[in-house]
Write a protein that binds this ligand. Sequence first.
Ligand code: FES
Length: 514
Amino acid sequence: MIKRDGAMPSLWQQTVEPLPFNNEAPAGNYDVVIVGAGITGISLALRLQTAGLQCLVLEAHNCCFGTTGGTTAHLNTMLDTPYTTIIKHVGEDGAKLVAQSVKEAIHHIEKNIETYQADCGFERTAAYLFAQNVQQEKELQDIVTACEKVSVPVHYSNNIPLNIPFTKAIEIPAQAKFSPVQYVYGLAKAFIAAGGRIIEQTAVTGYTHRTDEVVQQEIIEVQTDAGYSYVTNKLVFATHIPPGVNVLHMRCAPYRSYAMAVKLNGPYPDELCYDMYDPYHYYRTQLIDGEPYFIIGGEDHKTGHEDNTAACFNKLEAHAKKYFNVESITHKWSSQYYEPADGLPYIGELPGARPNVYVATGYGGNGMVYSQVATILLTDLITTGASAYASLYNPNRIAPVAGFANFIKENADVIKNLVSGLVTRTQLESLSGLAHNEGRVVVFEGHKIAMYKDGNGNLHVLNPTCTHLKCSVSWNAAELSWDCPCHGARYSIDGVVLNGPANMDLKKIELKND
Ligand code: FES
């Protein structure tokens, strides 16, 4: 089973065999170094490699460890940010360009699958969006009007393929679905066959620009935790959110979404479906090795803002059982996405960085299609210096935040010193009152401590101060992780970074034994 950034295995993790990459890591020179082996990193690497550039992908964990392994993989031209909102922000012409870019993105996936024989259960199918009250009917009408303005075909439908009561519905033709990990693995194989390199379990710890004396040109040296450095002309952060401290962290809000795969008694709908609540539910079927799985998702919330994450699954399960004849639940999992401030992703040159450093982030709930928009856009930027979509998705479209340095507040690292030696492991355990498999941030002598008691009764005690910009992490009971509510960094029970932007682990608190 491939590994992912959560404790609950997704449908995709268990149905794909891990690829045996050659993780030998000698230092070397590359035209492009891409950080992150998710769908953005791998598809961009393949496109650049086949355009004649020598590419290296560096991955801190394993291919598809992040949200690519946890998405539910809907491919839409009808986006989570309605075209009504997009028109408000970028005008009708800009919104038409957005619609064109996502249409091109789905076509790009289709073409890749054909070219590289990526067997990933891709299917074109219609999508349905349905209203269940008067307010939603009004929103639906606004969406139809906006879709007509930007040339996204939609029409009203008297039916939806689900047995859920509705008052009005629209059909959006020619959307699509696939198995995301199988797609990425198919492209990864093609990338390696084309001479590209993927190195896993190697985190990028920093990069520096310097002038190459021989060619008198600025180059970038990329440092890793494996001790090797790589020299490159172009560096791309395809890490879902860029690491370090960047203005984009203030423009992207982390959210979590919950999903389950179920077996149904009776027929499986082929189409994609969405209700219109906030947060909304989403539904679709995926065939894997000839077996249908019905995938239901929803119950989204801001990362770190829900005390009882396990209850989100309970609500989703109750919803599934209310409307569908569920025979069994085969998988439950959750994953993270980043909502951009103005509803559009940030793809292009990394704000605040020197030239030739790129980023793709803020995909919202449309990561599958925007990853391909990023692939097309960044390939054009890197190979020709221009892209038809560059200004639309320009990460620098946001004004610099005044006094940005003030976000980084000095937070003296006193917890370890105050707690260590003062209190024994047994005392702290009884003070916290934790049950087995429970985690919580507790306050001791005015200081916060992140504590998790595992199934064997062992305590895992950490400083809850996020190493990114010093917010306090919250316990995620569903995925057994510490999640930061500020910019979405996530850590394992022992404080190891699962998701950026943090690039340092939470500090452990050593306790006295009795
Ligand atoms: Fe930024 Fe935690 S992710 S403070």
